[in-house]
Design a protein around this ligand. Structure first.
Ligand code: FES
Length: 103
């Protein structure tokens, strides 16, 4: 388990790029939930941290749209909906006011 960030560092609606053991992790805080993804889009390594968040009516799911070519990924699962690669999502653990992940 690796320390990622303090909860207070990423208010709801914000995002933060964190380097963890040489990996760029895009941390999102969206409507009370935190999500951690590998920042590199599986298509051509576009920076997901600069993507557009999209909320849909699909069970309240939230997506990140890559700023490079528009592939869309489920924030919680990394699912790319038929594209030939999913985003890597890291399990997040919250302990009090700190967030941890496993790579
Ligand atoms: S690099 Fe992300 S869609 Fe192409």
């Amino acid at each position: 388990m690796i320390f990622l960030a303090k909860v207070a560092e990423v208010p709801d609606g914000e995002r933060k790029l964190v380097q963890v053991n040489g990996v760029s992790v895009a941390l999102f805080h969206h409507e009370g939930r935190f999500y951690a993804l590998n920042n590199a889009c599986p298509h051509r390594q576009g920076p997901l941290i600069r993507g557009t968040l999209e909320q849909t009516a699909e069970g309240g799911r939230c997506f990140i749209r890559c700023p490079m070519h528009g592939w869309r990924f489920d924030l919680a699962t990394g699912d790319s909906h038929g594209r030939p690669g999913n985003a890597t999502v890291y399990p997040l653990i919250r302990q009090d006011d700190e967030l941890y992940i496993t790579l």
